[in-house]
Design a protein around this ligand. Structure first.
Ligand SMILES: Nc1ncnc2c1ncn2[C@@H]1O[C@H](COP(=O)(O)OP(=O)(O)OP(=O)(O)O)[C@@H](O)[C@H]1O
Ligand SMILES: [Mg+2]
Length: 349
């Protein structure tokens, strides 16, 4: 009996230990707003020079896009949306930079084509704050005037900064498991001169190496898309599976891409969904851990839908999920489960 109790305690300890320490660390250190800046990889010299020149020349532009107007009234928040789009439009008209995103501001400067600077869109930053302050449903993108702006205006946000946290996780699993095909796109962080030093989307921007001729698989002609999926070996599918779980890549399916110069698969868009709460960044505490499980499930289901066109590949994906004891334990713990019913997957957003 005593042994049974000991074994139970040991098992419980190991289980709790693995649950607490495997989903949100880099090099064994928990990723937090404080640690992320220290854990960030050093920007290579040549890129650093380019980013420095860009920051110097376009400081006002970059700074304006990320700066919250105070006091934050509803009028000011709406004006900010208009102003940011007008600013970007001006830059595009003058051929200084291009926004590559339909939703965010993923900027590429013409004079500095080696990197992108993804900045979180102002409207989704507000939605993230409303959610963080428990004032509304973040999934309703139509912001109205029913929330109290004064409660949100000084909350930090980690939307574009989250790209770096997820990058560290993909990088770590790619190294640990010796990935051959999935290549995390090198991502760095840079401080905006004149801003405060603590991590937030208002003080820092991330920069990412530009992949020439990157194309998302979802946008390829049908035949090409089906061929790429059909040609994926079990080992490649395993890399995709491991990256999705390790780095909570909730949106990998629609952002997975190829380029015509290499045999790599790329994922450049590593942003967390905006229904996160900054107080749990990066998946800290019980609520953060539960969110991690939800995000991974979203990623796994979207990837399952990605493979639906090819039954054999879909079955490999499903089997990998079923055999994943650690992740299934977490699902059971939170009583939230993966649903691979094809009908459900087809109708899901
Ligand atoms: N590092 C990169 N190298 C090459 N292309 C990139 C890179 N980063 C972004 N892009 C291009 O810009 C597009 C938008 O970037 P990203 O997916 O990161 O932002 P997003 O806000 O999710 O945009 P969208 O909502 O349009 O998908 C990508 O689909 C890709 O075509
Ligand atoms: Mg994207």
């Amino acid at each position: 009996m005593r042994y049974a109790l000991l074994i139970f305690m040991l098992f419980n300890h190991c289980f709790t230990f693995s649950m607490e320490n495997t989903h949100n660390t880099y090099k064994g250190v928990p990723i937090t707003p404080q640690s992320l800046l220290e854990l960030a990889p050093q920007t290579p010299e040549d890129l650093l020079e380019q980013v420095g020149q860009c920051m110097e020349k376009h400081h006002n532009f970059i700074s304006s896009l990320v700066t919250t107007p105070h006091p934050l009234t509803h009028r000011a928040r709406k004006q900010k949306t208009t102003d940011n789009f007008a600013l970007i439009a001006q830059y595009e008209e003058k051929n200084i930079a291009k926004n590559h995103s339909l939703f965010n501001y993923v900027l590429r400067f013409n004079e500095h084509p080696t990197f992108s600077m993804p900045i979180n869109r102002w409207g989704s930053r507000v939605a993230y704050w409303i959610y963080a302050s428990d004032q509304g449903n973040v999934l309703n993108g139509n912001l109205n005037d029913n929330f109290d702006c004064s409660l949100i205006e000084y909350i930090p946000s980690y939307q574009h900064c989250s790209r770096l946290a997820h990058y560290l996780r993909v990088k770590e699993v790619a190294e640990k498991k010796n990935f051959q095909v999935l290549r995390p796109t090198p991502t760095y962080i840079t401080h905006i001169p004149g801003k405060a030093n603590e991590l937030s989307d208002e003080n820092y921007v991330v920069v990412q190496e530009w992949i020439n001729d990157f194309q998302e698989i979802k946008n390829l002609p049908e035949r090409e898309r089906i061929t790429i999926k059909g040609n994926m070996s079990v080992d490649i599918i395993k890399e995709l599976y491991e990256a999705t779980v390790y780095a909570a890549l909730w949106d990998i399916a629609s952002n997975l891409g190829v380029d015509k110069h290499s045999c790599y698969l790329h994922i450049a868009d590593l942003e967390e969904p905006f229904n996160h709460k900054p107080q749990f960044f990066y998946f800290q505490g019980e609520e953060g851990k539960k969110k991690y499980v939800e995000d991974v499930i979203a990623g796994l289901e979207r990837m399952a839908r990605f493979f639906l066109e090819d039954q054999e590949q879909f079955n490999i994906w499903k089997k990998l999920s079923e055999e994943d004891i650690d992740f299934n334990s977490l699902c059971n713990h939170y009583d939230i489960h993966i649903n691979y019913d094809p009908e459900y997957l087809r109708t899901k957003d």
